[in-house]
Design a protein. Structure first.
Length: 369
């Protein structure tokens, strides 16, 4: 299950630099707006120390990590919802993703132009949010016109849907993105068919100067990042402070050099590892593992998944012919020296299709088709 996350923001905030570091895809970079026209796409391995530990213990022929797909979407500008700056094309790209990583410029550099001639992360966030809300409002108004006519003579469900659209439109007119509106799970489900832009979960990626990257990790040490943290806290969004330039350098290093480089900066892990982990958390995802001499593999599933759901991620046949799941907790597997040791200690459990998955579970499915 490769989850798609779109990287958005104003022009010249460092989106493509960060994308390049994430995916090593070599997206073109230049100091002018709309350098990126088509969304660059790249698959990113999710760094998981548990997978490394399982590989070291089992020594399989191959190891496959969980992955996320990132799209580098061209910079939006004021008026994008009306087509300014190729806005319609770019907004269409955002509709394709499950989550949005909103890159916000939090560094001062006179050599890199800013589309508004000043560095103000709160203003930049407002510009992007406004354009996305205007696009959502237009989509809702078109759909509401059709539903409202049917509601006059329709059933209760149609009337309720028309009322929901009106409520959400009022919220957008009041400047409240859909993700921040107080809606029930059922109401959010009813809106899914519209692929509303501001309904998608968002995390803010603060791109900071390389000299300030350590301070940016500590609340109260970086005013621009702190301003973004305040917005993030108000709407329950994620926030990660990284330096795109440093991350690009780290991406070129081997593991040993990377560790030493991060230590010199006073950091324990790269910003991109934190970004990917935050995206996982934002989307409510977790990981389970399949382990054997041929392959150790991490699989991505939504939180609250069952064993039956997890089986379907591997193959529909696993679901269709599901018999049982043999489960070992990650800690038990490692402490027992592997599967055989866990069996001898009675730590392997046999679970049915409704078993609630736990992050890090190691599973072997029994099925028959």
């Amino acid at each position: 299950m490769a989850v798609r996350c779109g990287i958005v923001g104003l022009p010249n905030v460092g989106k493509s630099t960060i994308f390049n570091a994430l995916t090593a895809a070599g997206a073109e970079m230049a100091n002018y707006p709309f350098c990126t026209i088509e969304p660059n796409q790249g698959m990113v391995a999710v760094n998981d120390p548990r997978l490394d530990a399982l590989t070291a213990l089992v020594r399989p022929k191959r190891t496959l990590p969980a992955v996320m797909e990132f799209l580098d979407i061209a910079g939006l500008v004021r008026g994008a919802s009306k087509g300014e700056g190729l806005g319609n094309q770019f907004l269409g790209h955002i509709r394709q993703v499950e989550a949005v990583a909103h890159v916000v410029r939090c560094f001062i550099n006179d050599d890199i132009t800013h589309v508004h001639d000043r560095v103000d992360p709160l203003h930049d966030i407002l510009v992007i949010d406004t354009e996305l809300m205007l696009a959502d409002l237009a989509a809702l108004e078109r759909r509401h016109k059709t539903i409202a006519q049917k509601a006059r003579f329709g059933d209760k469900e149609t009337k309720d849907l028309a009322a929901l659209y009106e409520t959400v439109m009022q919220g957008l007119n009041d400047g409240i993105p859909v993700r921040r509106q107080k809606l029930t799970d059922a109401e959010r489900e009813a809106l899914k068919e519209l692929f509303l832009l501001t309904a998608k979960p968002v995390m803010y990626v603060c791109n900071v100067d390389e000299k300030e990257v350590a301070n940016a990790q500590i609340p109260g040490r970086h005013p621009l990042v702190d301003a973004v943290r305040k917005i993030s806290a108000e709407e329950g969004a994620g926030v990660v402070a990284i330096c795109g330039v440093i991350e690009a350098e780290i991406a070129e290093l081997n593991a040993e050099e990377r560790t030493a480089f991060l230590a010199d900066l006073g950091l324990e892990e790269s910003g991109l590892d934190r970004l990917v982990r935050s995206a996982f958390h934002l989307l409510g995802l977790m990981t389970y593992f399949t382990v054997g001499p041929q392959e150790v593999r991490a699989w991505t599933i939504p939180q609250k998944s069952t064993a039956y759901d997890a089986a379907g991620v591997i193959h529909t046949d696993f679901q269709r012919g599901f018999i049982r799941a043999e489960v070992i907790a990650y800690k038990d597997f490692m402490a027992s020296g592997g599967e055989q040791g866990a069996k001898e200690k009675g730590l392997l459990r046999v679970e049915g299709r409704d078993y609630p998955m736990v992050d890090g579970d190691i599973l072997h499915f029994r099925f028959n088709v």
